[in-house]
Design a protein around this ligand. Structure first.
Ligand code: BG6
Length: 470
């Protein structure tokens, strides 16, 4: 649709930036923090581990000052469950509680709205040892963890996100690594874990509304749109298959509290449907979200399954690179889009489309909690970092958000991934996302100094103008 008049960004638009605890904080074993599954994983050879990360734990005041200089209205970060409850349940670690009090206070002092993700991949290892999400005890542990967070921070934090990218954890269980000596769960186990996470999320959102009626809470899923490779009807069905199994199946449960029929048939057909205990669906249904958060990086193009092993490409898949699944879909190339150095499709228009679909389906406010481009940024001799590709990427996505706003979608904020360099889930420190450069190598920690990239001053101006220059 073409418009004569493109709507402006709303005045209260949350211009933000995003990170997650284990990728930015470091201090993996400091001040009483317990081990998480991330701490127990082998990392890809030659890449940075998460022990120091960007040392945000020790430098958060300096970082928040830079966020304020950038003009951020909001900062989306996650709380490390193991800082609050080192064993996942039981005794609360006062020093961990205190760290996030200080971080939140510092943000508020600078007029930055904190947006808290409760759980971003880093399940406490003590819970993993007793079965992790396969164990229904983890549901109770999560709800109790939520109660502690709401009790301590609820009066300061309005926006909350429950679980980051539950769909990535289920569809790419290897993406965040497997604890040493562990094995990848079977699909049957994975969808049981998935179910338990939904029960935990539902109970937590219900508790949240009881405790903090003024607050806003929602899930944060990795959402995208699937294009059909050709106008062949079978390709359209395949694209719909995968869009549902990868995205809507998860979001329908979060928002509507029911299993999507196609998603359920897919699970049943394979004998991997979860055991649903009495009361589970009520728990899921009563936990209605106030908003939907989406992480958007790229789209995928899909063709009909050939019905044999040729459906699955030999490429190494990750959360954005589709592999195909026998009888369900086959990954295809899109001749109209480009890719990042890491093979992720760059598709700003796909963001507008995805926003429209999420809006039409659920009618809830949408917060974009991740979007960005990973690149091996170069620090020049004069200490500049000329990440023009990042400016281009974000600018084009913001243009599409403006169009989506004009389409009538209620987008309440944009938190690009990431505001500051951090450790990528797969490619260590070589693949950077930030607008603030952190001076370290994969293994060489150098001085961890913060430097402003070219994208920093560009985003600063965008925020200053409330996006009028977009
Ligand atoms: C998202 C995750 O899927 O993608 C982040 O929520 C992650 O944790 C981001 O860092 C980018 O992925 P990667 O693999 O390039 O770090």
């Amino acid at each position: 649709m073409l418009y004569q008049q493109i709507k402006p960004f709303p005045n209260e638009f949350l211009w933000g930036g995003s990170t997650s605890a284990y990728q930015v904080e470091g201090a993996w074993n400091k001040d009483g923090k317990g081990l998480s599954v991330i701490d127990m994983c082998d990392h890809p050879a030659g890449t940075a581990d998460f022990t120091v990360a960007s040392d945000h734990y020790h430098r958060f005041r300096e970082d928040v000052k830079l966020f304020a200089e950038l003009g951020l209205k909001a900062y989306r970060f996650s709380i490390a469950w193991t800082r609050i409850l080192p064993s996942g349940t039981g005794t609360v670690n006062e020093k961990g509680l205190d760290f996030y009090h200080q971080l939140i206070d510092e943000l508020l002092l600078h007029g930055i709205e904190p947006i808290v993700t409760m759980y971003h991949f880093d399940l406490p290892y003590e819970l993993e040892k007793t079965g992790g999400w396969n164990n229904r005890g983890t549901i109770d542990a999560f709800v109790e963890y939520g109660r502690i967070l709401f009790e301590h921070y609820g009066h300061k934090v309005k926006y909350w996100l429950t679980i980051n990218e539950q769909n990535t954890m289920i569809l790419h269980p290897g993406a965040i690594g497997t604890p040493k000596g562990g094995r990848l769960p079977s699909n049957k186990e994975l969808y049981q874990q998935n179910h338990h996470m939904f029960v935990a999320q539902g109970r937590t959102m219900r508790l949240f509304h009881d405790m903090l009626p003024q607050g806003k809470i929602g899930p944060a899923l990795n959402m995208t749109s699937m294009y059909q490779a050709t106008s062949r009807p079978a390709d359209a069905v395949a694209a719909h298959n995968w869009e549902t199994i990868r995205g809507w199946g998860f979001l329908d449960l979060s928002v509507w509290g029911r299993y999507n029929p196609l998603f359920w048939s897919y699970l049943q057909e394979r004998g991997i449907e979860p055991v649903i205990e009495q009361g589970d669906m009520e728990d899921i249904q009563f936990g209605r979200p106030d908003l939907v958060a989406i992480n958007y990086y790229s789209t995928a193009t899909i063709a009909a399954s050939m019905g044999d092993a040729s459906d699955v490409t030999a490429r190494a898949g990750d959360q954005q690179i589709m592999l195909g699944e026998q009888g369900v879909y086959r990954a295809a190339e899109n001749p109209y889009t480009e890719k990042t150095k890491y093979g992720w499709v760059i598709d700003p228009v796909g963001l507008r489309l995805t926003l429209r679909k999420v809006c039409e389906r659920y009618g809830l406010p949408i917060l974009i909690t991740e979007n960005g481009i990973g690149a091996p940024d170069v620090l020049e001799a004069d200490n500049t970092i000329n990440d023009t590709y990042r400016i281009d990427f974000i600018e084009k996505h913001l243009e599409q958000i403006r169009l989506a706003l004009t389409d009538g979608v209620d987008v309440i904020g944009y938190c690009p991934w990431s505001v500051i360099d951090l450790v990528s889930t797969h490619q260590g420190y070589g693949k950077r996302y930030g607008m603030i450069y952190v001076n370290r190598g994969e293994q060489d920690l150098k001085d961890l100094k913060r430097l402003k990239k070219k994208s920093f001053s560009w985003y600063q101006e965008v925020i200053k103008q409330n996006g009028r220059c977009i």
